[in-house]
Design a protein around this ligand. Structure first.
Ligand code: ASN
Length: 358
């Protein structure tokens, strides 16, 4: 009799423990946030001929293999991986941007809580800024890349990817606009740029500084972007199947109007002039840009100089020429904003307003 009741007590206790364990694991599974990882290629997915050399092929491995290299991600998030394209980001283009933006806007309406985009570093800043202007969500969106191929000794991709996921799932990352995570830094899409061809410490925000750092898998923010983005942006990709053609023309001493003339002939809708100093064109170049403007092409002056403003209050009379000045946008980001501006207007004053607000 005694033996039976001891057995029964033991089996009830055992069942209770199993039950508790199941409830716990269920609750734990419930709290893991659901994220989408959209892969586009780049060095983070690159495969090299040797572990020590610099030669490799960008975008050679798929999103599943990328994730398999960082199993720790499964402890913190439930991941849905999608291969959007598999390219080196030197081949990034308007069509992929539109596809990516539309897909994220669609997924943002579901229970996916955050987004990570793996991307090559060459044009990462442009994709980040484009998405910053057209995504209609305040859910965190983080781009991540690597400077060393996945097969290299001390590859930086796995740590960057883990940090990107950790940053994206953190509640404090909501509503901050699109961000890039590279080498422990959290960089805002409105200012981030690649500063060095080979170093892992290549990304910086030369005008405004980083938004924060990643520390022990947690984002530590020290700044908020004051620029308009995502849900506050007036731009939308909803009805767009292509973007207006905008070309960048570089300034240098002894510059001739050759490329401005070629751009006019090609029928571009806008030109970003990457001028010298604070966006200055030479006298001949200015004449060519004014006549391009008169033929209906939008002109934005930016600078080939790494940082600092290009404003409408300096040497060029932008009002008279009907140009807009890019302020803190470097030429490649100015091109992104001008393309989107041209989906709304070709009025230079309106375009100037956008360059101040975004
Ligand atoms: N580090 C990199 O990712 C460079 C590569 N060419 C890319 O942008 O895809």
């Amino acid at each position: 009799m005694k033996k039976v009741s001891v057995r029964r007590t033991i089996s009830i206790a055992f069942m209770l423990m199993v039950g508790l364990f199941m409830v716990n694991s269920f609750a734990f599974a419930q709290v893991k946030p659901k994220i989408a990882i959209l892969a586009t290629g780049g060095t983070i997915a690159g495969v090299g001929q040797s572990e020590v050399g610099s030669a490799y092929k960008s975008g050679a491995i798929t999103v599943d293999k990328l994730l398999a290299a960082v199993p720790q991600i499964n402890n913190i998030a439930t991941v849905q991986g999608e291969q959007v394209v598999q390219i080196g980001s030197q081949d990034m283009n308007d069509m992929v941007w539109l596809k990516l933006a539309k897909r994220i806007n669609e997924l943002a309406k579901t229970d996916v809580q955050a987004f990570v985009i793996t991307h090559g570093t060459d044009t990462q800043e442009e994709t980040a800024y484009f998405l910053n202007l057209v995504l209609k969500t305040d859910k965190p969106v983080v781009l991540v890349g690597a400077m060393r191929a996945s097969t290299a000794i001390s590859a930086d991709g796995p740590k960057n990817l883990y940090d990107a996921v950790s940053c994206a799932i953190d509640p404090t990352s909501k509503g901050r606009g699109v961000m890039i995570i590279m080498n422990d830094k959290i960089l805002g899409a409105d200012d981030v740029t690649k500063t060095m061809t080979t170093a892992v410490e290549t990304f910086a925000c030369p005008n405004y500084g980083p938004l924060g750092i990643m520390y022990n898998g947690k984002p530590m923010y020290t700044r908020t972007s004051m620029k308009k983005h995502t849900v506050k942006s007036e731009f939308s990709v909803d009805n767009l199947s292509e973007l207006p053609r905008v070309e960048i023309i570089y300034g240098y001493s002894n510059v001739t109007p050759l490329f401005v003339d070629a751009a006019v002939k090609a029928g571009v809708k806008g030109i970003v002039y990457a001028g010298v100093g604070n966006g200055n064109p030479s006298t001949t170049l200015q004449d060519a840009l004014v006549s391009a403007r008169k033929s209906g092409i939008a002109i934005v002056r930016s600078s080939r100089v790494f940082s600092g403003p290009t404003s409408q209050f300096d040497e060029v009379d932008d009002e008279k020429c009907e140009f807009a000045a890019s302020w803190y946008k470097n030429p490649q980001k100015a091109r992104v904003l001008l393309m989107l501006a041209l989906t709304k207007t070709d009025n230079y004053k309106e375009i100037q307003r956008m360059f101040i607000e975004y």
